[in-house]
Design a protein around this ligand. Structure first.
Ligand code: AMP
Ligand code: ZN
Length: 493
């Protein structure tokens, strides 16, 4: 192993040496999606970031158990209705049909972007009994109370012996002053007390009978239950997007400590937001992009489609804890880098070190290549710095291209160094960054090329070519529309 992995722990706000509780086993829990709508590119960024972390930990030789949940009940809208229930009501479907559809879609998206599947993907509904059990323990320990069929976490009581808000650094007094008066607030002892079990309104579809009421579990509870069930009461890494730090993760910590008196996760990792014009990409703000829109290029902000791997590469060009701003220019800019990388890797794979040729080793070059390889490890060890790693990979690629162009002779580097360079480039690109080779052809981009050709033929009065292009496209189902100042197309009618 080269160097040691350090990561930024959101709990301590410091960069710390990574030391798993039961090395070489590592337990990692990441909050998964609420399956009531299509995942947008922002969600994808977070899950790709944790995919990299999972991949790198495995690369380092750890035995990782990666748990990422599916939220299928309990995540409420501001109106107090469950997100999945509302969608089921609007679409006139069973809630489980909504859950199944968006879970399937989520898996397809993750596969498209070459994210490894988690080792366990538990769902909240599948863990209702365990959630009820945790509520009972919290009631027994005096950290929860019943009110009007619901059960709430008692923050005043908890704060007598613990400190709520430690992860996000918020103070309970400030939060009380800022809090809004929401639905069923009057049942609570403290406006910040959060629901562990919620009594369902008469029209609420998703509900289960308990001694407290006909109701459903609070959103924060599922993650405390499922993380500790599969990873133990103390596990290594807990992750999610920055926007989950408060209240979701602070609530999780309070529930776990209230139940077992143990700090659940040793390291908390938070990914930063994908933004559009500096604003968080989010469905509710109406600025979200769906993965397929980027792939096809069917969006007013985009002038072309991008392959899944070039989108993945775009995401990795910034550190996971920094924001990443999304734009047509940024994507096109990163496409150049991606293409360079993909071409370099293709060349490298075909490159064979010549046998039995006399060596004339350039020791400075050999030292330089070895340093570049070391740097890739150091960059990933530095809090999974994919941006820096890509920079070092490009330095190595320059050497590959020089070998290919015969600007450097193979004789100048020994086989061991060449092999190390090859292994480093391939394993970092494909195994760690998860950039796999792809032969991706975007129909819309190709059509644009043909239309440009057509426009040029028209401008130069090459009418034979104009007719041929028009006819060939027609045979493929496309009718060219000549307009006054522009060119359009339509499917044949
Ligand atoms: P949700 O299904 O809304 O709970 O989101 C799933 C994951 O995506 C959570 O970890 C969120 O923090 C994360 N997320 C949501 N919006 C963005 C964004 N714009 N950029 C990065 N991550 C996001
Ligand atoms: Zn969660």
């Amino acid at each position: 192993m080269i160097g040691k992995l350090r990561l930024t722990n959101s709990l301590t706000r410091k960069k710390e040496l990574f030391e798993p509780i039961n090395s070489p086993n590592v337990g990692m829990y990441v909050c998964g999606p609420t399956v009531y709508s299509d995942v947008h590119l922002g969600n994808v960024r977070t899950f790709i970031s944790f995919d990299i972390i999972n991949r790198y930990l495995k690369f380092l030789g750890y035995k990782v158990r990666y748990v990422r949940n599916i939220t299928d009940v309990g995540h409420l809208l501001d109106t107090g209705e469950d997100k999945i229930s509302e969608k089921a009501r609007l679409d006139k479907l069973e809630p489980m049909e909504i859950v199944q559809k968006y879970t399937n879609d989520f898996h397809d998206v993750m596969k498209t972007f070459n994210a490894l599947a988690p080792d366990i993907e538990p769902s909240a509904i599948g863990h209702l009994l365990e959630q009820i059990e945790m509520i009972e323990t919290l009631l027994d320990k005096g950290f929860a109370y019943q009110a009007n069929g619901s059960v709430y976490f008692d923050l005043n009581k908890y704060n007598k012996s613990h400190e709520y808000g430690r992860l996000s650094g918020r103070k309970i007094e400030d939060l009380i002053n800022q809090s809004r008066v929401l639905d069923s607030q009057e049942d609570k002892k403290n406006p910040l007390d959060f629901a562990l079990w919620k009594k369902a309104a008469p029209n609420h579809i998703m509900r289960w009978k308990t001694k407290w009421s006909d109701g459903f579990p609070g959103w924060h509870l599922e993650c405390s239950v499922m993380s500790t069930k599969y990873l133990g009461t103390q596990f290594d890494i807990h992750g999610g997007g920055m926007d989950l730090k408060f209240p979701h993760h602070d609530c999780e910590i309070a529930q776990c400590i209230g139940t077992t008196n143990e700090e659940p996760a040793k390291y908390w990792l938070h990914t930063n937001m994908l933004t559009v014009n500096g604003q968080k990409m989010s469905k509710s703000l109406g600025n979200s992009f769906l993965p397929w829109q980027l792939i096809s290029g069917d969006h007013e902000m985009l002038d072309r489609g991008h392959s899944p791997m070039s989108i993945r590469f775009f995401m990795l060009q910034s550190h996971y804890a920094s924001t990443l701003d999304f734009s047509n220019d940024a994507l096109n800019g990163s496409l150049k880098g991606y293409t360079k990388l993909a071409n370099g890797i293709r060349i490298l794979k075909e490159m064979v070190y010549p046998e039995n040729e006399p060596l004339n080793v350039d020791t400075a070059l050999v030292a330089q290549v070895n340093k570049m390889c070391d740097n890739c490890h150091h960059a990933m060890n530095d809090d999974f710095n994919t941006a820096l790693t890509i920079g070092h990979l490009f330095n190595l690629l320059k050497k590959v291209n020089s070998l290919y162009a015969k600007q450097i002779a193979f004789a100048a580097i020994d086989k061991v160094t060449f092999d190390r360079m090859k292994t480093t480039l391939l394993s970092f690109t494909e195994d760690i960054l998860g950039i796999k080779p792809e032969t991706y052809i975007n129909g819309k981009n190709l059509l644009n090329i043909l239309l440009e050709d057509y426009a040029e033929a028209k401008a130069t009065r090459d009418y034979k070519k104009v007719d041929v292009l028009r006819q060939r496209l027609k045979e493929e189902g496309i009718t060219i529309k000549d307009m006054k100042d522009s060119l359009g197309w339509a499917y044949n009618e």
